[in-house]
Design a binder for this molecule. Sequence first.
Ligand code: NAP
Length: 474
Amino acid sequence: MLDRYLEFTNSAFGKQFASSLGLPTPPRLQRAESGYAAAPLAGMKVLIAADAAATASAAVLAALRALGATVQVAPGHSGFAAVKAGAQAAGVELHSEGSDSDPIAPVIVFDATGIAGTGGLKQVYELFQPRARRLVANTRVVVLARATADTDSVQAATAAAGLRGFVRSLAKEIGKNGSTANLLEVSRAGDAWLSGPLAFFTGPNSAYVTGQVLAVGDAPKGATAPAHCNQSLAGKVAVVTGAARGIGAAIAQILAREGATVVGMDRPAEEGALGATLSPLNGVGLALDVTAPDAGERLASELNARFGGADIIVHNAGVTRDKMLRNMTPALWDMVLDINLGAILNINERLLQSGLKPGARFVCISSIGGIGGNAGQTNYAATKAGVIGYAEALAPILAKKGMAINAVAPGFIETQMTAAMPMANREVGRRVNSLAQGGLPQDIAEAVTFFASPLAMGINGKTLRVCGQNWLGA
Ligand code: NAP
C-alpha cells in the first residue's frame, strides 16, 4: 500500500510544509534494485576505525577488500595503529579520510573487539561524535564487538554490552536521513565469516534493518566461504510457504534474483495467485495447505522426485486472527497456532528424515509482536515467540548435520495484512520506528535471502528484526 505521507513529504512543497509545522519527514530509503554484485562495495569508500587493542581488524580489512571497498582511515583517531597493523597483516591499502569539508564515507565500520573496559568506549565516541552531524543520507554504520563468551574479563564483557546501547541510540539519532547502525557480536571463530554479514549490513539490502544486534560465529562443519556475493544461490532449490502474495511472493522473487529455483507453496484457494507469482520466476507452484496432515509428506515427495531435495526452506505462511483473550474462541486460537507454528515443526520433522540436501538452511518468519507482545494477539504472539525459541533450540542440532536455522522478525510491513488495519492504527504503526515509515515486503525478503545464502554461514539460531527499529519490544 502506498505511503502517501512519505510521498508528500518527499516532494518539494511537502518537505517545506512538514518542516514549517515541525512534522516528521520520512527519508526515502535506498534499496537494492538488482542482485548482489560480485564485489558489492566496489567503487565505494568505507571508513574503518578500531579501538587500540582491536583483535578483528585484519579479518575486517580482508573482508572489505574481498567486497571491493576503497578503505579510508582517520589517522588522528586513537585506535589508528590497530587499523594499520590489521591492514599490514591483510595486505590492504589505506587512504586517509579527507578534510572536514569533504563528505564522509557512506559506510563506516568500527572494530571495537578489543575494548577492555568502560574507559575504552570513549574511542567509539571519538570517532562518531565529530562525524554524526555530517553523515550522508543512507549511511551504513556497522560496529563490531567481541562476543561476550570470547571476552577476556568482566570489564571487557561490560564494555561490549555497552556498545549495544551506543549502537541502538545512534541508530535512533541517524535514522532521520535513512542512515542505519547495527552491531555484530563476533566470536573469535566468527572472524573468518565476516565478509557476508558485512556485505549485507553495509549495502542497500539492509535498508530497513537498524538498531539491531546480531551474533556471528563459526560456520557449520564443511562450510566454505563464498568467493563472491553474486548469484550465491545458483543451483539451489528453495521452498517458500505462503508464496502467493505479500512477503512470501517477495521472498520468492529475491531468492530467484540470487539464482535459486523456487518451489512456492500456498493454500489451494490461492493457486491462481501462486502461479502468477512463480511463473515469471520459472518456479514451481505447489497448492498445499501447510496444515494438511500430509503436507510434509507431499512436499518431501515433490522435492525428492523433482530435485533430489531442497537446499532452503522458508516458513513464511502465517495468519492473524486478533481478539482480546477474553473474547478469543478455541477455533481462533487453534487456527493461528496450527498455521504459524505447528505446521513448521511438522513439516521440518518430515523433511529432516528425507527431502533436504547437504548444508540445508531454514528461515522462519517471526514478528516483533512475538518479542514485544500485543493486546489482542495472545495467539499470534505465542506463535511468533515460539518461532524464535524453535530456531534457538534447533540450531545446535542442525549445526551437527551441517545445517542452520534462523528467523526474521518483521515490524510493520506494507502488505494486505497491514492494509486491513484501521487507518489510525496503520498510520501509527508506520511511524513508530527510527525510519518513520513501514517496511516493504522486499526488506523482509532481503533478510531472508541473506540468511538462506552462504553470506550468513556464521549465523545460526538467531533472530533478526527487520523493523526500522520499531519501538515495540525495542
Ligand atoms: P499475507 O499477505 O496474508 O500472506 C500470507 C500468505 O500465506 C497468503 O498467501 C496466505 O494465503 C498464505 N497462507 C495462509 N495460511 C496458509 C496455509 N495454511 N497454508 C499455506 N499458505 C497459507 O501476509 P504477509 O503480511 O505477507 O505475512 C507473511 C508472514 O510475515 C506471516 O508469517 C506474518 O505473520 C509475518 N509478518 C507480517 C507482518 C506485516 O507487517 N505484514 C509483520 C510481522 C510478521 P491466504 O490468503 O489464502 O490465507
